[in-house]
Design a protein around this ligand. Structure first.
Ligand code: FAD
Length: 561
């Protein structure tokens, strides 16, 4: 186990001023190991596990920077595999009682944001985490995937560089070890950033697995065993990968998204099971790296959470990029060929088909994580589907002072939703009356091109028989998109004809992930198309297509015949 330097803002360095330990010394969780002088005073670096110091990576007086490894600790044996000494150590450690105003279980984007917000509002808060700070999002979700998206896009841009008048002249090589190392460095930086924020806001981090003992008491078992009593509790334990029952799913070449994000070997070919968000983001990552990619999807189209015309457009882009798409197809088994290759069998209306590839990625979905939490001990109820925790608009469960936020509620599996639900829960604890609204939640998919949507979808308007108008303007005549060689796609705006407000927006095309924030502001603030056309958009930018689409709702887009 490595102990790293916590975040020093602005890329500044500190000085390792006083080392408290020596090689071979036994330390306990929370023991001060080192004092570091920073521009803002002396910071104490403490042991994150119990064990013995096996390496010291600096000398007193050295400069140290954020995230630098300072100590290696050989962790003491876990319970169950204990030796005589570790048993003796465990016997010396009684259960520690703690009292806090607010206990938050899970330090993902739901839990850690709620903790900071609560601390800033003056609440005494403790945050429990059994793994790394940052949760799924930072460790095996949003950030790692986007780091890989960027590396793979660079690979793609280099391949098309001659179009821009740049000749690279050498064979392109993907160094997957460096791709993964870079991803881990970004992750490390962000984790130490959260660590720093916790320290600055006096938030106590309790390391270990939480389980309810009653509606007010939670046991936390880690290197130490705590029994925490809290006035309010927020459950933010996130989600876990859904287990699927396909024969052969446990073969060695079958990966899930977490395995794929750690793999330092780039396969020559891959079959991705699932054409949802995670499956399609990985499909473009692998394809941009030059891998042969097949996607097998059970439904009749990819990305069923977006409008069908966007689904069509992304299928077209995927196929143009060389990704093989098989929709309305059900994987029935995975086998290993004599040469070690994977054979994926899928069935559709035409019969049974085989796909041969080096690796298989299963991207079927995630479900709320309540493992080992013993919510029944507190009398907390699940939702109708029986998977997530049931909550009201204030994120309150059926137990008055217990709240649940993020993926564990099974409402929307998005990091920014988890964070906002956290803020809503804290406001409710403080007596506020503003509930959670879901009418203007942006959703971004990092494919090539990117996809983003907010508010109502066109398909939904049709289904619900709404009186609405739609305007769709393509990027093909947008100057900035052409300079980027990314003129595929369109922006679509939806107006409610009864209220005259913009109620929905979808984008497939360049900068979609950034452009969606403008549409979110427009929808959240109930703007009309006229308020958008009266706004000046900078030139040349891809945002001008939003302006054009707003004109499309009245006199027609200016740059479209
Ligand atoms: C591959 C992938 C890509 C993604 N990309 C995006 C994206 O681009 N944009 C986006 O918005 N979302 C994305 N997501 C979804 C996003 O990661 C989640 O919606 C978000 O992390 C949910 O936050 P959370 O706080 O609810 O839970 P999590 O982030 O899952 O955090 C829960 C934390 O609770 C801890 N925990 C669980 N049980 C216990 C316990 N009993 N005791 C102590 N600690 C416990 C866990 O260790 C974990 O750290 C992606 C997900 C994946 C898998």
């Amino acid at each position: 186990m490595e102990v790293k330097m916590s975040m020093i803002p602005g890329g500044k360095k500190g000085k390792a001023s006083r080392n408290h330990v020596q090689l071979g010394q036994n330390v306990s969780f929370g023991d001060v190991l080192l004092e570091v002088e920073t521009g803002k005073g002396v910071r104490e670096i403490t042991a994150t596990v119990e064990g013995s110091i096996s390496k010291i990576h600096f000398e007193e007086g050295d400069e140290v920077s954020s995230n630098q490894v300072l100590f290696t600790i050989d962790a003491a044996a876990e319970e169950g595999t204990s030796t005589v000494t570790s048993q003796a150590t465990k016997m010396e450690q009684p259960t520690l009682d703690k009292n806090v105003d607010l206990l938050i279980i899970g330090a993902g984007p739901g839990g850690y944001v709620a903790a900071i917000y609560a601390a800033k509002k003056g609440i005494k808060v403790a945050l429990v985490e059994k793994e790394e700070l940052g949760g799924t999002c930072l460790n095996v979700g949003c950030i790692p995937t986007k780091s890989l998206v960027k590396s793979s896009e660079i690979c793609h841009h280099i391949k098309e560089s001659s179009l821009f008048g740049i000749h690279t002249g050498t064979d392109l090589q993907v160094d997957m070890k460096q791709v993964i190392r870079r991803k881990d460095e970004i992750k490390g930086k962000l984790i130490s950033g959260i660590d720093y924020l916790m320290e600055k806001n006096n938030i106590e981090i309790i390391r270990g697995q939480a389980a309810f003992l009653s509606a007010t008491q939670v046991s936390v078992k880690g290197q130490r065993h705590y029994q925490v009593t809290a006035n309010d509790i927020i459950i933010a334990t996130g989600s876990k990968i859904t287990k699927v029952n396909i024969p052969g799913i446990n073969l060695s070449f079958v990966m899930n998204s977490t395995d794929a994000l750690a793999s330092t070997e780039l396969p020559k070919s891959i079959t991705i099971i699932g054409g949802g968000v995670i499956g399609m983001e990985f499909a473009f990552i692998y394809r941009n790296f030059g891998v042969e990619v097949h996607v097998v999807e059970f439904m009749d189209r990819l990305l069923t959470m977006v409008d069908s015309d966007i689904s069509e457009e992304i299928r077209h882009s995927a196929e143009n990029a060389g990704i093989h798409i098989h929709t309305q197809s059900k994987v029935s088994k995975i086998q290993q060929a004599d040469n070690g290759q994977a054979i994926v069998t899928y069935e559709n209306k035409q019969g049974e088909h085989l796909l041969v590839s080096e690796k298989v990625l299963v991207a079927i979905g995630r479900e709320p994580n309540l493992d080992g939490l013993d919510i029944e001990q507190a009398g907390i109820q699940r939702n109708e589907r029986g998977k997530g925790i049931a909550v009201n608009e204030y994120m309150r469960t059926n137990v008055e002072h217990i709240y649940a936020i993020g993926d564990v509620t099974d409402i929307m599996q998005l990091a920014h939703v988890a964070s906002h639900q956290g803020i809503t829960a804290i406001d409710a604890i403080m007596g506020g009356s503003e509930g959670m609204h879901y009418a203007a939640i942006p959703n971004v998919i990092f494919t090539s091109p990117e996809i983003a949507s907010v508010g109502i979808l066109e398909d939904q308007c049709k289904r619900e028989g709404m009186d609405f108008s739609v305007s769709k303007v393509s990027f093909s005549s947008n100057g900035k998109a052409l300079t980027m060689n990314e003129s595929e796609g369109f922006i679509k705006l939806i107006k409610d004809n009864v209220t005259q407000k913009i109620v929905g927006g979808s984008i497939i095309g360049p900068d979609a992930s950034s452009l969606i924030s403008s549409l979110t502001l427009a929808i959240a603030n109930e703007l009309t198309e006229q308020q958008i056309t009266q706004t000046v958009f900078a030139h040349p930018t891809t945002g001008e297509v939003i302006h054009e689409a707003a004109f499309g709702l009245s006199i027609g887009a200016l740059h479209q015949a």
